[in-house]
Write a new protein. Structure first.
Length: 228
């Protein structure tokens, strides 16, 4: 393989990889800004059930360490009743909510905001959630509440409900995730991607300027013919 082809091929790989890295890093910076925070803002949510509960989130410690130990802030305001927010081990949360009607949050889109849920029926009346001891983070208030949880290893669920355990929840709820290293990682991706693009462009120019080598034409040797 000629040097010209090798340089052009290397340039193509560097430019493709660089463009991808820069696009990913730039997209993250545009989406979350320079503070590494993704926020949903406040939006009215309501259910006739006893609680909103997120699906269990299985969290690996290695990933959280590499991202700078992210935190999640959940807030609620504008409730007509005292409101409660709690984060707890998924198994304990499920035990507490067993038999009661709940609204399970299966997906959240930030922009535009959209909450996807599934309803589970039940007849059980829940006791006040503040009486339970398994919560790793909790907050309650007369009309609003907010709690911040530093993500840790394990399987956890977030619960939003009335502080007395009654059915019928209506609040303006919001969530924000802060990832401390996200801005730095995104900046490195942009810088590294642009650097790879520049190097790829340089190799491409050098490769194109190298004269294309041609294989010499081989003329078959002719055998003399004797005439008798």
């Amino acid at each position: 393989m000629s040097r010209r082809i090798v340089l052009i091929a290397a340039a193509a790989v560097l430019m493709a990889g660089g463009a991808t890295a820069a696009a990913v890093g730039g997209g993250v910076l545009v989406a979350v800004g320079t503070d590494g925070t993704v926020s949903s803002g406040g939006h009215t949510v309501s259910t006739a059930a006893a609680a909103f509960v997120t699906e269990p989130a299985d969290i690996s410690g290695r990933g959280t360490r590499e991202l700078g130990h992210p935190t999640v802030t959940v807030s609620a305001r504008g409730s007509d009743k005292p409101v409660f927010i709690g984060v707890g081990p998924a198994a304990e949360v499920e035990r507490y909510l067993a038999g009661a009607p709940v609204e399970t949050v299966t997906d959240v889109d930030v922009n535009p905001f959209e909450l996807t849920t599934t309803r589970r029926g039940g007849d059980a009346q829940l006791s006040p959630p503040g009486d339970e001891s398994f919560w790793v983070e909790q907050a309650s208030g007369a009309r609003s509440a907010s709690t911040t949880w530093k993500i840790r290893d394990g399987s956890y669920s977030v619960v939003l409900m009335n502080a007395d355990g009654s059915r019928g929840v209506q609040v303006a709820a919001g969530a924000a995730v802060e990832i401390p290293y996200l801005t730095a990682i995104s900046t490195v991706l942009v810088g590294g991607g642009l650097g790879a693009l520049a190097l790829g462009a340089t190799l491409l120019v050098v490769g194109v300027r190298i004269p294309e080598t041609r294989e010499p034409t081989v003329v078959p040797e002719q055998t003399p013919v004797s005439v008798s």
